[in-house]
Design a protein around this ligand. Structure first.
Ligand SMILES: O=c1ccn([C@@H]2O[C@H](COP(=O)(O)O)[C@@H](O)[C@H]2O)c(=O)[nH]1
Length: 272
């Protein structure tokens, strides 16, 4: 999916919501467990319930690969079920020496046909470039993550005197561009989001951390939005586990709609 198509979705739905499919067999209703593919059945109902409000879905690959071959099958079925006009993100956090990255790219972009993949920048340009060679696909580079441990490396001062995440943003801008690269920026980072936006004014941010991690949607919009929105805000547990029983899909729909309504107001306020 290209940028124009993504913008179109955001405009049409007045939403920049990404629903995270972090589907854990220990958290899904027991009534689904007797079915042949409980993970897919759960995802299918979540997708049916939230597709009116979501512009992206983000399966976190760990939840699927932990289940072995069956997990990969559930993932493929889920991906095939997501409507074509909704952006898909493989949250896989890959990146390795060039030939290996090339095969990760082939796995997620060709074999599985995701629109985008999260990539760790730590191994540098030759570990990221193979992903960028795929047309109309996106690299979502980890820049400033939402977890507490992000300060271990991302916030330390580099040789230039700037925090390491600044270096990542500045260097990587010449690897790709705002049409094939986005950045992960955690909703929990408050005003630092504004620093990121200053360095990369035009790129989309994928923003995890709203919902279960306590990040504020209003702050994300205030510091991170640009004139054409430029945000995909993810919530996983806050939506998919909003209900614990057989009403999980209805509860997920309510939660997604609530976020979409807040997003519609923020879009009006910040990107006319
Ligand atoms: O900095 C990061 C990068 C990725 N994630 C992922 O996003 C979701 C968040 O899930 P919630 O349940 O909404 O907290 C999850 O898949 C993480 O692995 C992140 O949280 N922070």
């Amino acid at each position: 999916m290209n940028k124009a198509e993504l913008f179109q979705q955001i405009k049409r739905k007045s939403s920049f919501l990404c629903v995270g499919l972090d589907t854990d067999p220990s958290k899904i209703p027991s009534s689904l467990l007797k079915l042949q593919d409980p993970i897919f059945e759960f995802n299918k109902q979540i997708i049916d319930a939230t597709a009116d409000f979501a512009v992206a879905y983000k399966p976190n690959i760990a939840f699927y690969e932990a289940l072995g071959p069956k997990g990969w099958e559930s993932l493929q079925r889920t991906l095939d079920y997501i409507p074509n006009d909704i952006f898909t993100i493989a949250d896989a956090k890959r990146g390795d020496i060039g030939n290996t990255s090339g095969l990760y790219a082939k796995a997620f972009f060709e074999t599985m046909n995701f629109d985008s993949i999260t990539v760790a920048p730590y191994m540098g340009v030759d570990s990221v470039q193979p992903f960028l060679e795929f047309k109309d696909k996106w690299v979502i580079l980890l820049a400033l993550t939402s977890n507490g441990g992000s300060s271990d490396f991302q916030l330390i001062e580099s040789k230039s005197g700037k925090p390491l995440f600044h270096e990542v943003l500045e260097k990587s801008q010449v690897w790709g561009n705002a049409d094939n690269m986005m950045y992960v920026v955690g909703a929990t980072r408050g005003e630092l989001i504004a620093e990121v936006r200053k360095i990369v004014p035009d790129h989309f941010f994928l923003v995890p951390g709203v919902g279960a991690q306590g990040g504020s949607l209003n702050e994300v919009a205030k510091y991170g939005m640009n004139a054409s929105c430029g945000l995909l805000v993810n919530s996983s547990r806050g939506i998919i586990y909003a209900g614990k029983g057989d009403d999980f899909a209805e509860k997920a729909r309510q939660e997604a709609e609530k976020l979409q309504k807040e997003m519609a107001v923020l879009l009006e306020e910040y990107c006319k």
